[in-house]
Design a protein around this ligand. Structure first.
Ligand SMILES: [Fe+2]
Ligand SMILES: [Fe+2]
Length: 336
């Protein structure tokens, strides 16, 4: 995640019933003390309703992003250029499903059921990362997604391993380890292409040209336009600002692009000796807002595919529920 979305409209329900701040001053003080000490809040602990709501929104949007993120790459599994690349891509896409599972589970610990979370996604009320509303037009896109999209995700997600909410932080530790593999496999696939034919190099460059700017948007709006970030920072959910993360990503990626031999499509990208960072051009935030508002190239297709996949999987959920009922009845009989 793909966690661009602290600024999105809230979804889900607030399960922390009618909290009266005055009555709960002691609980609030205990919560604040844990946050101030950089400790962890666990599922059974008291927490402010707004903290819970923010986490449900962020973790579920993150989970949705992992699952919808399987679609652009899944599109290339049957067309991978070799058995080796197919096996790697299958493993990668399966990892993303696993990330979705960890994260839905983490969100459920906050008291919102998975059905409710999925319903918010399928009805279009919940967001997922806008990057997955762009199409995968060539095999190079699979490599570029690994290198840049998973690379940006790592930059976003490593600080989440220190998130104040324990179940989310622990899920992120494992997710980040797997994301590192994703980034490396993408870079490796691109390196092989860059050492190939002229046509392969051109395919990589064309793909980098399309993805570079949307990837920079993955870090979310500029800090000045990100009103919820300060509260997220205060709660120890967000650790590094959108702009700082974006800068870190750019600084780390330029050298990798040089190693690959691709040009990043930004004429303003220059090293600034004074700041010790790369300067870069202006991001088209209108495009970001448009894609967020459902007007990206693949929004409709992605959501329709996800809804169909969920409906097609109904028989699996029914079978699992029937099996669980049968096992429970069996155990009851044995206990009697
Ligand atoms: Fe992932
Ligand atoms: Fe990934």
């Amino acid at each position: 995640m793909y966690t661009q979305s602290l600024d999105q409209a809230p979804v889900g329900t607030d399960t922390n019933n009618a909290i009266d701040i005055h009555q709960d001053a002691a609980k609030q003080a205990a919560f604040d003390a844990v946050i101030d000490a950089d400790g962890k809040i666990e599922a059974q602990d008291w927490m402010p309703a707004a903290y819970r709501k923010t986490l449900v929104r962020q973790i579920s949007q993150h989970a949705h992003s992992e699952v919808v993120g399987m679609l652009p790459e899944g599109n290339w599994i049957s067309r991978a250029p070799s058995l080796k690349r197919k096996a790697i891509l299958l493993a990668k896409v399966q990892d993303e499903a696993g990330h979705g599972l960890y994260l839905y589970s983490a969100a459920e610990t906050l008291g919102t059921g998975r059905d409710e979370l999925l319903d918010a996604l399928h009805s279009g009320r919940a967001k997922y990362s806008s990057i997955f509303n762009y199409p995968t037009l060539s095999w190079a896109d699979v490599g570029v997604i690994g290198w840049l999209v998973d690379g940006a995700a790592i930059m976003n997600q490593v600080p989440l391993c220190r998130c104040s909410y324990g179940p989310y932080a622990r899920a992120m530790i494992r997710v980040c380890k797997e994301e590192s593999f994703h980034q490396r496999q993408g870079f490796d696939a691109l390196l092989a292409m860059m050492q190939g034919t002229e046509a392969q190099r051109a395919m990589v460059q064309e793909s980098v040209n399309r993805w570079w700017w949307p990837v920079l948007m993955m870090f979310g709006p500029p800090d000045a336009d990100s009103p919820n970030s300060a509260q997220g920072m205060r709660w120890g959910i967000k650790r590094i600002s959108n702009d700082d993360l974006r800068q870190k990503f750019i600084d780390a990626t330029v050298a990798q692009a040089e190693t690959l031999g691709v040009t990043l499509p930004d004429p303003d990208l220059t090293w600034n000796e004074a700041t010790g960072h790369y300067d870069f051009g202006t991001i088209n935030w209108q495009e970001f807002q448009d894609v967020l508002a459902g007007k990206g190239p693949c929004n409709t297709e992605r959501l329709a595919t996800r809804v169909k996949a969920h409906q097609d999987g109904q028989w699996v959920r029914d079978a699992a529920a029937a099996y669980a009922r049968k096992q429970a009845a069996k155990q009851q009989r044995q206990a009697a």
